[in-house]
Design a protein around this ligand. Structure first.
Ligand code: MF3
Ligand code: CO
Length: 256
């Protein structure tokens, strides 16, 4: 069941998501060769608590950290670690908070120093796919119009879209209906309505779309060891179209 949100609820979800966006931006600026992801995790937690917000992921289904840090062939849900990042890595940071009864959830993938051309193209195509998906989040369109826009762009760039993980509705729960696949034919699934709040999150692999989960029970990696990128925004559907809630300014930013 999809829970529609009132404008005042959307405003609360926006507050949670603005915090997520601000914290991700601070983290982004700290990413450089030599820093380790456990340090980034600790910073993210401190920044949430300083805003009287709770890290949204810690303890969620037993996830042990505040931040998901997925490096190179890691797709999503990577564990922060003491291993320093090195020049040429790409790092996905997925962060959530719980504030004033509502969740915020967003993710970015960033380069560590100078990275390969394919890494740059992968990150660019994934972010563009996210924004093309968001553009489809319009009343009257159907859910898979979002999915299709994402898949088309990622595949046109020569990459593949992960099937095993999906985007989701978000509100008082981190994961609400509907599930939002990042692939599919257009014109299918539920009709989009004002009041829906969706976390859209394409995961795009440089090689095949197959992924597997490591023995830690969380870390998803590409089966073929190829690079993977991940971008996520929480978006409200309004009569006027999509509004990105997880933007530091409250407005869409293609910059990060
Ligand atoms: N954005 C991710 C998701 O929606 C983050 C969840 S991490 C978890 O699945 F630990 F909370 F599961
Ligand atoms: Co999410």
């Amino acid at each position: 069941m999809v829970i529609l949100k009132s404008p005042s609820e959307i405003e609360k979800i926006r507050q949670s998501n603005v915090m997520v966006a601000e914290i991700l931006e601070i983290l982004r600026q700290k990413v450089e060769p030599g820093i380790d992801t456990l340090t980034l995790d600790k910073i993210s937690e401190k920044l949430a608590l300083a805003r009287n917000a709770k890290p949204g992921f810690k303890g969620y289904r037993g996830y042990p950290y505040s931040l998901c840090t997925s490096v190179n062939q890691q797709v999503v849900h990577g564990f922060p670690s003491r291993r320093p990042l090195k020049e040429g890595d790409i790092l996905s940071m997925d962060f959530g908070i719980f504030y004033n009864d509502y969740y915020g959830d967003a993710a970015i993938t960033v380069p560590v120093g100078k990275v390969s051309d394919v890494a740059l193209r992968l990150m660019k195509a994934t972010k563009e796919a996210l924004f093309l998906g968001i553009e489809q989040a319009i009343p009257g369109k159907r859910l898979s119009d979002i999915s299709h826009a994402i898949q088309s762009h990622a595949e046109a760039a020569g990459f593949s879209v992960v099937r095993k993980f999906v985007g989701h509705g978000i509100g008082k729960a981190l994961h609400e209906d509907p599930q939002i696949p990042n692939y599919g034919k257009p014109g299918m699934g539920i009709r989009l309505k004002p009041g829906m709040v969706l976390a859209i999150e394409p995961m795009v692999n440089a090689g095949s779309y197959e992924v597997k989960t490591l023995e830690d029970g969380w870390t998803a990696v590409t089966e073929d060891g190829s690079l993977s990128a991940h971008f996520e925004h929480t978006v409200a559907i309004t009569a006027d179209g999509p509004v990105i809630l997880s933007a530091a300014t409250g407005k869409a930013s293609k910059k990060n």
